[in-house]
Design a protein around this ligand. Structure first.
Ligand code: F6P
Length: 363
């Protein structure tokens, strides 16, 4: 089928690089294929409510370096289990996917690009099964999607986390303190693992390697024995003790995964202070990891992803997600990316490298 007009949206939590993808999609759609583009607002909510704006080369000019998304986003607007009423109040889930599909028809959309993580891509797969010609672009700071070596947004979050590890070193050293930096990443330890290695963290605690508090304490004691009176711990929000549970901060009902993790570091800090009597502080990095301008790597990756997404639509290769394998941009069926998570392997070369350089994982 000849494409004349495409739609695009950004779904789930935001991250640096979303605007760079939107820009690349619009520019390549207009320049290479002569298509019109419209952007649906606030994730899939805009598709159900029919909120959209035209996207032209003028609209996307100047957004390459801008954080966030000019389209807005939403992490609890699933058209198959929609929880908003007409005034925006929360209601029991309703299937409004048929209306979303009618809105695509009404707007004469011949192809669709959804930029998002596991939640957005799972919804995209359902729309694909309902006959919508859709292509996905993998986004998340967590880097936890299968089917690709890396998601865009991860490198920017990593750079913020590494900078935080660097900054905490000088203050921890001056005050002879233990400082825990808690990072995002949900159930995947990529951010703390790489920021810990890059920033020279002494202890890295990730969900994939449950910790024993005695081991964490003995790693700090070992440093004290060398005359190092400060220690930096890089802790995932999903870190948990052997046989322990995740620390849940809140629940966001209607979200793909309602659980929001956070606060495990306070528990660990208390145990360290109690055992060693050293002043122990916590810094929770939070949404700083999601804000601001994307790194050069993320701008480069997002641009390549955006151009590849329009190429896939043009070739009719829908139900797919763009992907990076090694240095090559390719694609995989969306089905391969969703359902299970891309996690750190405890015996991987990366973890062994950290251990060989003296990092303790508390195991
Ligand atoms: O998935 C991205 C992410 O930032 C996670 O790392 C974090 O656990 C979660 O989203 C936070 O979500 P929210 O913005 O709803 O608090």
């Amino acid at each position: 089928m000849k494409i004349r007009k495409i739609g695009i949206l950004t779904g789930g939590g935001d991250c640096p690089g979303l605007n760079a993808v939107i820009r690349a999609v619009v520019k390549s759609a207009v320049r290479v294929y002569n298509w019109e583009v419209i952007g649906f607002m606030d994730g899939f909510r805009g598709l159900v409510e029919d909120w959209h704006i035209p996207l032209t080369e003028q609209t996307v000019s100047g957004i390459l370096t801008r954080g966030g998304t000019i389209l807005g986003t939403n992490n609890r607007a699933n058209p198959f289990a929609y929880t908003y009423d007409s005034s925006g109040k929360t209601i029991a889930p309703l299937d409004r996917s048929k209306e979303a599909i009618l809105n695509l028809k009404k707007n004469q959309i011949d192809g669709f690009i959804a930029i998002g993580g596991d939640g957005t891509l799972s919804i995209s797969q359902k729309f694909f099964e309902e006959g919508v010609p859709i292509v996905g672009v993998p986004k998340t700071i967590d880097n936890d999607l299968n089917g690709t070596d890396v998601t865009f947004g991860f490198d920017s979050a990593l750079s913020v986390a590494t900078d935080a590890v660097d900054r905490l070193h000088s203050t921890a050293e001056s005050h002879h303190r233990v400082i825990l930096l808690e990072t995002m990443g949900r159930y995947a330890g990529w951010i703390p693992l790489r920021a810990g290695i890059a920033g020279g963290g002494d202890v890295i605690l990730i969900p994939e390697i449950p910790y024993k508090i005695e081991k964490v304490i003995s790693a700090i004691e070992k440093r004290i024995g060398w005359g190092k009176e400060f220690t930096i711990l890089v802790v995932s929000e999903g870190a948990k003790a052997v046989g322990g549970e995740f620390v849940i901060q809140r629940k966001v009902e209607g979200s793909h995964d309602a659980i929001r993790l956070g606060g495990v570091s306070y528990k660990i800090a208390e145990a360290i202070e109690e055992a060693l009597g050293i002043e122990t502080r916590v810094t929770i990095l939070g949404h700083l990891q999601r804000g601001g301008t994307p790194t050069a790597f993320d701008r480069w990756l997002a641009t390549r992803y955006g151009v590849k997404a329009t190429e896939l639509l043009n070739k009719g290769e829908t139900g797919t997600m763009v992907s990076l394998r090694g240095t090559k941009i390719s694609s995989v069926p969306i089905k391969e990316a969703i359902g299970s998570l891309h996690l750190v392997l405890p015996d991987s070369e990366e973890v062994q490298t950290a251990k060989a350089t003296g990092v303790s994982f508390g195991d």
